[in-house]
Write a protein that binds this ligand. Structure first.
Ligand code: ADP
Length: 383
């Protein structure tokens, strides 16, 4: 190559390097993605954020240099989260909604927003490039907002209890006989205020789950008993809608170490959804079974189903599908989010199959070892 061209090439390399080094976000180039990921390049911001010098990390395994953890401090394997997506040519994004944490050289950790994209050269994936930034400040603002919601919902509870209490007294005739019309109005007031209690409790649950202040107190629990109790609570709605309920419980289901309150919240939400979203004369099948080392719970209904194009949003906070808004205008879109958080904490899985106007089946898998105890300051509330 003529000397002039070599000089040009060097000049361009130096310029490109200066550009990458000056990038406002941390930058990592990863090669050998299929073999666990090796660091091929990092920039100045990477050094500033993580505390590692470039020469200390080059050619090292990315997993060893900057371990990735979820919000509970559990290590997230590179294989599980990154490899499959990057090798399939997909982008991996983490943000405030689905944050994870990176551990610095000094072992302190910070929440991170990052985008990992495959590097494609001549139609082949030769590695991945990651840009990331420390989102501690955004997380703090988010936390402050959640704390505000928690405080505000807590404050709403006492006036609501007072309303419920006095309406109950009026209805029971404690302040003199009520006529039919008055009774009707009081009943409507009572229903609305009960709904508000449900909403406030759901908001409190969400904030406690997000702030990590919730308590988990496992004890030996008979899951079938919990399921039956939750179904019993829905008896009047089931009768009103003439729903046909089938229950199937494996005889060999052991008691598992679980927090009965959390399990109840799971069953309450899944069962009440299937009752709410199934019309007159429909069917609901509830099963609790044991498969190897997991308990499998299924709740199947012949209800309105979940539109296909909205199925990926079902566990998102506040999300309600278009087809339910008329059937039940009072839902909150918080129930399944809460259920998913509980199941995730319990190291279980939740998923569903659904077809619009045919029905929905929710599946919950819980490990037989049960839930891990967690110290916290606040209990979750029933719906
Ligand atoms: P909501 O208060 O709206 O019921 P959830 O968080 O419990 O909130 O559920 C979120 C959304 O998931 C619902 O609004 C509905 O669109 C959908 N969904 C949940 N369960 C069912 C079901 N059994 N049948 C149809 N749609 C369901």
């Amino acid at each position: 190559m003529p000397k002039k061209h070599i000089q040009q090439l060097i000049k361009r390399n130096v310029r490109d390097d200066a550009v990458l080094q000056s990038l406002g976000d941390g930058l990592i180039v990863i090669v050998d993605v299929d073999k666990g990921g090796r660091i091929a390049y990092v920039n100045k911001v990477f050094e500033d954020i993580t505390g590692w010098k470039s020469e200390e990390v080059l050619n090292k395994s990315i997993v060893k240099v900057i371990p990735r953890e979820d919000k509970d401090g559990k290590l997230v394997s590179f294989k599980e989260r990154i490899v499959s997506k990057v090798l399939a040519g997909e982008k991996v994004v983490a943000d405030l909604i689905q944050p994870f944490y990176y551990v610095r050289k000094d072992k302190s950790r910070f929440p991170v927003a990052s985008t990992i994209t495959p590097i494609i050269l001549n139609k082949k994936i030769i590695g991945a490039v990651e840009t990331f930034r420390d989102i501690s400040k955004e997380s703090e603002v988010d936390k402050a907002k959640t704390e505000f919601v928690s405080l505000a919902s807590h404050q709403l509870r006492s006036p609501l209890s007072t309303i419920n209490w006095y309406v109950e007294m009026l209805l029971s005739g404690d302040a003199g006989e009520v006529n039919e019309n008055q009774k009707k109005y009081l009943e409507e007031t009572y229903k609305a205020s009960k709904r508000m209690v449900g909403l406030v409790n759901a908001l409190l649950n969400v904030s406690r789950l997000e702030l990590g202040t919730f308590v988990v107190e496992p004890e030996p629990v008979n899951i079938v008993e919990v399921a039956k109790a939750c179904l019993k609570e829905l008896k009047s709605q089931i009768l009103e809608k003439k729903l046909v309920i089938t229950e199937k419980y494996d005889p060999g289901i052991p008691s598992i170490q679980a927090d009965p309150k959390l399990l109840t919240i799971v069953f309450q939400n899944l069962l009440s959804n299937s009752v709410k979203y199934t019309s007159l004369g429909g069917k609901i099948d509830l099963t609790v079974g044991k498969e190897k080392d997991v308990i499998l719970i299924t709740v199947a209904d012949t209800g309105i189903g979940i539109p296909e194009h909205q199925q990926d949003k079902i566990f998102t906070r506040l999300f309600r599908a278009d087809n339910v808004k008329q059937v039940d205008p009072n839902g909150t879109g918080l129930g399944l989010y809460i259920v998913k958080e509980i199941i995730d904490y319990s190291r279980g899985k939740i998923w569903f199959e659904s077809e619009e106007n045919k029905g929905t089946t929710f599946y919950v898998q819980l490990p037989i070892e049960g839930m891990i105890a967690k110290k916290g300051t606040k209990e979750l509330n029933y719906g």
